[in-house]
Design a protein around this ligand. Structure first.
Ligand SMILES: [Zn+2]
Length: 303
């Protein structure tokens, strides 16, 4: 059997399209999607997908790999915030609506046309435009034990130091898990930046995950890494608007009761002090000085 590679555009609706590359391998096997750009300013995964989709050949692939280069491509080009043209965050609107606005239609398209075809989904993300982040993964933790086990196994094929069992019920990978497709998010980079080193690590992780799940025929053995697993994550939003002064860095370990940071008003008066409720590690936190009430402030993996 001889495989092929094709580049095409998936048309979700007028004005919403997803650039894609499909590589059908010379050897039969399953179907895996590797996506990036669900959030338009998370660049590391987008660049990694471009490079992998360009360099991988059908001879190296077992089964089929679908690369979704940039799910929110219009937002990526316009450098809009991490929402689609309708102002909605795609990862908050699953399963979407067939006749809704751009994000709703895209979620519906992914649910109907992409997820049901997939045996596995790897969704590449970074910290947000104003977010400092330590590389980590989220694996499906609320679906069936087998889907959770396979999702965790995918995470262990990455070289990130931490992975968190996710209880999220929304988002591309979470919804995939609910439809019995093992899926993870791999997070690397942040603050609207990307570097060659980060892209190389995303490529290394993706190739090892493809290898580990049986999609890569390159003669190399997949390697599991000593990824530290956190069974729970805590995601804290700012309780007031003001100036956010973190006391820790992403990747720092924290002990119970330790000060994570404080919010001051513009005159320097303390409005709020955030304490760690449990020991764990800082996964990501807001890097900008200004912070708005209700927006993400700091997230921790809990021991
Ligand atoms: Zn993201």
């Amino acid at each position: 059997m001889s495989g092929y590679k094709k580049r095409f555009t998936l048309c979700v609706s007028k004005g919403v399209s997803i650039p894609a590359t499909l590589i059908k391998g010379d050897t039969p096997g399953g179907f895996m999607a590797v996506s990036a750009g669900v959030h338009s300013r998370e660049y590391v995964g987008i660049r990694a997908v471009t490079r992998m989709a360009s360099s991988l050949t059908p001879g190296q692939i077992k089964g089929t790999v679908l690369f979704l280069h940039c799910v929110n491509y219009e937002g990526f080009i316009k450098r809009t915030p991490d929402t689609m043209t309708d102002g909605l965050n795609l990862n908050s609107v699953f399963p979407g609506e067939r006749h809704g606005s751009a994000a709703l239609k895209t979620a519906d398209f992914l649910c109907r046309k992409i997820i049901p075809r997939c045996g596995f989904i790897l969704d590449l993300h970074s910290g947000g435009f104003c977010e400092q982040l330590v590389p980590h993964a989220y694996f499906q933790g609320t679906s069936s034990p087998e889907v959770s086990r396979l999702s965790k196994e995918m995470a262990l094929y990455s070289c990130v130091p931490y992975a968190v069992r996710s209880e999220a019920e929304n988002g591309f990978y979470s919804y995939a898990g609910q439809l019995s497709v093992p899926a993870i998010i791999l997070e690397r980079g942040g603050c609207g930046l990307w570097s060659r080193e980060e892209v190389s690590l995303d490529i290394k992780d993706t190739l090892n995950i493809l290898r580990g799940m049986g999609f890569l025929n390159d003669g190399k053995a997949p390697r599991k890494h000593p990824v530290r697993i956190f069974e729970k994550g805590k995601y804290i939003n700012a309780p007031v608007s003001g100036c956010w002064l973190p006391k820790k860095n992403a990747g720092d370990f924290i002990s119970k009761g330790e000060v994570l940071g404080e919010i001051q008003d513009i005159y320097g008066r303390v409005l709020h002090t955030e304490y760690a409720g449990s020991p764990g590690v800082v996964l990501y936190q807001t890097a900008s000085l200004g912070i708005e009430k209700g927006s993400p402030m700091i997230a921790c993996g809990l021991l």
